[in-house]
Design a protein around this ligand. Structure first.
Ligand code: HEC
Ligand code: HEC
Length: 234
């Protein structure tokens, strides 16, 4: 129970979308009602990724602490936690936001990339050495899907190295693109150009997460600082 709070930058950033919010699904109301009697939902949300057994034993600990949860409620809660805050949560699209999700998935990431990014980064993401960095086989992008989303939202400026070449230039912010389009472009860049570098548990970026990132209102230099931090994290 102790070594669970291993938060990587990736989780921190991904967690922005979740802060204070439970994914919709059967049992969410019960968790909402029962799990913030003694503390808020930060504990359960921060522990996302636990297995069913681990959640069951956590819930039993809470019952020991005095959580008023009966047998039937216990199984609904454990089922919910193991599914929606478990190792393999379903995409957030499901449930209440179903309609919006359907619209999102209609955004063609390849076409949006071609229209908005390929002019500089080239059709296959290979870039132009010295002028436009490659988005293909670029490990820093695969480290955290939030990073390319932040670059698209807020631009990037300053010196960086990618694919063995140095760049010291600026990319304009493309924040006029909507959240779903940015998510689709980032997913295209990651899943098509960086497929081999993605972690096994890679989850495609969704529009809700882009909306949260947009609130950060960074400038292009700050995005470059974030890049450096990402490279420092293992
Ligand atoms: C009766 C009070 C109470 C209720 C209700 C309660 N908790 Fe807790 N919870 C605690 C206490 C006490 C801790 C220990 C940490 C602390 O003291 O801040 C804790 C810690 C946690 C932690 C941190 C990791 C750990 O195990 O220490 C998680 C995760 C957690 N609770 C999840 C839940 C979930 C999920 C529910 C709803 C099923 C819930 N809690 C309901 C009292 C409660
Ligand atoms: C007008 C040209 C231009 C367009 C259009 C453009 N970029 Fe860029 N992009 C650049 C330049 C130049 C850099 C390098 C900036 C620097 O040197 O600091 C860059 C850097 C990046 C990086 C950082 C690469 C790294 O190694 O950290 C990402 C990610 C990126 N662009 C994604 C995109 C995406 C996604 C789009 C389309 C939504 C896009 N770019 C559109 C010019 C462009």
């Amino acid at each position: 129970m102790t070594n669970r709070i291993l938060l990587t930058l990736a989780l921190l950033l991904a967690g922005l979308a979740l802060a204070g919010e439970l994914p919709a699904g059967p049992g969410a109301e019960l968790v909402f009602a029962k799990c913030q009697i003694c503390h808020d939902l930060t504990y359960p949300l921060q522990n996302a990724g636990l297995s069913e057994d681990e959640w069951a034993s956590t819930v039993d600990d809470m019952i020991d602490y005095g959580a008023p949860i009966d047998e039937e409620e216990r199984s609904v809660i454990v089922e919910y936690l193991a599914t929606y805050l478990g190792p393999n949560p379903p995409p957030a699209e499901e449930g209440a936001e179903g309609g919006k999700a359907a619209a999102e998935s209609n955004v063609d990431g390849a076409a949006a990339y071609a229209a908005n990014c390929a002019g500089c980064h080239q059709a296959a993401g290979q870039g132009v050495p010295g002028a436009f960095p490659p988005l293909k086989k670029n490990p820093v992008l695969a480290k955290d899907a939030s990073y390319p989303a932040l670059v698209a939202l807020f631009g990037l400026q300053g010196k960086l190295e990618a694919g063995g070449a140095t760049y010291n230039s600026a990319m304009p912010p493309l924040g006029q693109l909507d959240d779903a389009t940015i998510a689709a472009i980032v997913n295209h860049v990651l899943q098509t150009f960086n497929e081999d570098l993605l972690p096994k548990d890679f989850k495609p970026l969704d529009a809700a997460t882009v909306a949260e990132l947009r609130k950060q209102a960074l400038n292009p230099q700050q995005v470059l600082e974030l890049r450096a931090k990402l490279l420092d994290s293992k």
